[in-house]
Write a protein that binds this ligand. Structure first.
Ligand code: ATP
Length: 659
């Protein structure tokens, strides 16, 4: 199992980090004074500011950079939409139940947990080193663990367990049930095997309007709203393809057992892109050459199926050329996701792109890669990037009759051959009476392949069978008197096609939490002074950019403070003043926990010559200059046009105590 370390390579003390984040109000359990509800969290001021900055960067990196069309669609979604998209029938996880205490368990997580516990026990029995996270997990589980000790396993069994874990996302409910039986997996709380897994739909159901006759759901993703507006978006893009829409908004999933803090919640912010592309020409991307040399860390399907988790670094250009990543557009977005996460401050050594296995892929996807980040909870999917093919637009068009296609004028008219159906309305009415309309619609909506098949049946036996929704048996039989189906030539001036969709889908909360772990470290943990927590966010992402610290609350400082704050505001730099009368060192330490990258001290020298000190969070080094110079310097540091090294080379070093 992989475990994560903090920014300085030390094991993440998750309990300490969580308590700091709650204490500083990055986030807090919702409804806590009522006992809380698992999977629901509120963000406090630094959490909100951090989230807003991540979103701001996301907008600039994707929407502005690529001229995407942003939409904001409703959360409440009618049943019919999600029935058509397949979510009502298939958007489910596998759930099992403990027969004695009623514990509800997510089947894949249960299998994973028990096998990992056994592998840990095996390591212990063999006297092998146990990684920090494994130790913490084991301690946590000890209280409720019955009859689980360090037991040495056969080498073959270890291999089998490792292989199962490498492809845990590939099992369906039945297979998970077989694993539970085969390896006698028991719930540690009762030492009993849970019941066989059943599908549990993750959508929150509701009804829209007072009469309760319009059933609906809270959307589980923002995508459907974007698909339903496709035609209007295409028009507003002057009919030009390819183009992308984007949406940032809340989604809702009734997770079976959300126990991983911000990583698995029931209400979360998503940022999703739907890039519509012509399927002809193998989904090329006109800007692919800009990213082709970017090296990504890939864990492909075959490697996982062979029971391994070995990654390889491959330039995305080569990965697409070799067919490892299906097409340029998908590859382009994988590289853009990589660049975005890098910009945020994500540790590149803790980022990998994992390809989905066949069973794992959502019902609509043809190829899918997840950007996974290594955290104290292991590798966590933070961005999914799927090729949804033409699935969504096709099913919604079929269901509603709306035209969700692109019509392109051909430079030269073309003669095509196609199967055409001529229906005799009189025979139709007489034969099928009340079902006549449904039969007529089914014939009209039949595909070229279906028509060819029907024509062949009519030719061979004089009869054909057609599937018709809403009639008894779901199908009808008809003869040549009802419909003539033949191939005819036609001159066309337009080409019509349903676009394919490449969808990068970001869970902002997961990214936010993983980023916090990646930039977290403890100053003085190497045995020096008292240990102090630091969050080294890049300046552009940090919740607050500057902490202003007056050396005392005396009136003499007030005009300088006011002038400084006014200049910071005018420059658009978010700042906070710490008026408390604790030592400056303590005030800075508090802000290191909030990840504030810069500190300004207003002191007695300021009163004499107007100069102020600027402190950099990570090095704690300081420079000194006049207010205008310092404000301009902070601006350059935030917009990345200068590094702290540049600043130290330019401005006089302040030789005071490092705080
Ligand atoms: N319960 C959740 N809490 C927080 N973020 C989530 C949750 N479910 C999904 N996400 C985020 O939304 C993104 C896209 O959703 P997607 O449907 O691909 O996730 P998923 O495959 O269902 O995730 P998982 O397998 O972890 O449940 C994910 O990459 C993740 O960042």
């Amino acid at each position: 199992m992989s475990t994560s370390t903090d920014m300085k390579g030390q094991p993440v003390d998750k309990a300490m980090l969580d308590s700091m984040l709650r204490h500083r109000l990055f986030y807090t359990p919702s409804f806590e004074i009522y006992g809380g509800v698992s999977g629901l969290y509120d963000y406090g001021p630094p959490g909100c500011a951090l989230q807003a900055n991540i979103i701001d960067l996301w907008r600039k990196h994707f929407i502005l950079e690529e001229d995407m069309l942003e939409v904001d669609c409703t959360v409440l979604t009618p049943h019919d939409v999600l029935k058509t998209s397949g979510h009502v029938d298939k958007f489910a996880d596998w759930m099992c139940k403990d027969p004695k205490n009623g514990d509800i368990l997510r089947a894949d997580h249960f299998v994973e947990d028990v096998l990992e516990t056994r592998l840990r026990g095996d390591k212990e029995a063999r006297g092998l080193a146990i990684e920090e996270k494994e130790e913490t997990d084991a301690k946590k589980k000890k209280k409720k663990t019955k009859g689980q000790q360090a037991v040495k396993l056969d080498d073959d069994v270890v291999k089998e367990y490792e292989s199962i874990l490498a492809q845990i996302d590939n099992y369906n409910g039945e297979q998970l049930g077989e694993l539970i039986k085969k390896y006698d997996l028991r719930n540690p709380a009762t030492n009993l095997q849970p019941t066989p897994p059943v599908a549990f739909n993750l959508m929150f159901q509701t009804s829209i309007g007072p009469s309760s006759n319009l059933p609906g759901y809270m959307r589980p993703e923002t995508a459907q709203g974007q698909f339903l507006n496709f035609h209007k978006l295409l028009e507003s893009n002057y009919g030009r393809m390819p183009f992308a829409s984007a949406s940032i908004g809340k989604s809702y999933r009734n997770e079976i057992s959300p126990r991983a803090g911000l990583l698995r919640v029931r209400e979360f912010l998503m940022a999703e892109i739907e890039h519509f592309v012509d399927p002809e020409g193998h989904k090329k991307h006109h800007r692919f050459n800009e990213v082709a040399d970017i090296e990504l860390t890939l864990l492909d399907r075959e490697t996982q199926l062979s029971g391994q988790t070995t990654v390889r670094k491959v330039p995305i250009g080569k990965a697409v050329q070799d067919g490892l990543v299906d097409n340029e557009t998908l590859g382009y977005f994988l590289a853009r996701i990589h660049l975005f996460l890098k910009k945020l401050g994500i540790d590149q050594s803790k980022l990998r792109f994992r390809q989905h296995m066949a069973n794992e892929m959502a019902h609509y996807a043809t190829d899918c890669w997840d950007a996974e980040l290594l955290t104290s909870a292991g590798w966590v999917e933070c961005v999914g990037c799927a090729d949804r093919s033409a699935y969504d637009l096709s099913v919604h068009a079929k269901k509603t009759g709306a035209s969700l296609v692109v019509k392109e004028r051909l430079e030269e008219p073309k003669v095509i051959e196609e199967w055409v159906v001529d229906t005799d309305k009189k025979v139709l009415g007489l034969t099928f009476k009340k079902d006549a309309k449904a039969v007529e619609s089914a014939l009209a909506a039949s595909t070229q392949e279906q028509r060819e098949k029907l024509a062949k049946e009519l030719e061979e036996s004089g009869k054909a069978v057609l599937e018709v929704a809403g009639v008894a048996d779901g199908k009808v039989e008809f003869g040549k008197d009802l419909a003539k189906i033949e191939i005819r030539k036609r001159t066309v001036h337009h080409r019509e096609y349903t676009p394919n969709v490449i969808e990068p889908s970001f869970g902002i909360g997961r990214i936010l939490y993983s980023l916090i772990e990646h930039v977290y470290w403890t100053r003085g943990s190497d045995g020096g002074d008292e240990a102090r927590n630091v969050l080294s966010f890049p300046p552009a992402v940090a919740p607050t950019k500057v902490l202003v610290v007056p050396i005392s609350a005396k009136d003499v400082f007030k005009p300088f403070l006011q002038q400084l704050l006014q200049k910071l505001r005018a420059a658009g730099i978010p700042s906070r003043v710490d008026h408390s009368n604790t030592s400056i060192g303590k005030r800075y330490a508090r802000n290191d926990e909030l990840g504030t990258p810069f500190g300004i001290t207003v002191d007695f020298q300021t009163v004499k010559d107007g100069s102020i000190t600027l402190r950099e969070r990570d090095s704690t080094r300081q420079v000194r200059a006049d207010t205008d110079k310092i404000v301009a310097t902070i601006q350059s540091l935030i917009n990345d046009s200068k590094t702290w090294q540049d600043v130290e080379a330019e401005l006089p070093k302040f030789e005071g105590q490092e705080l």
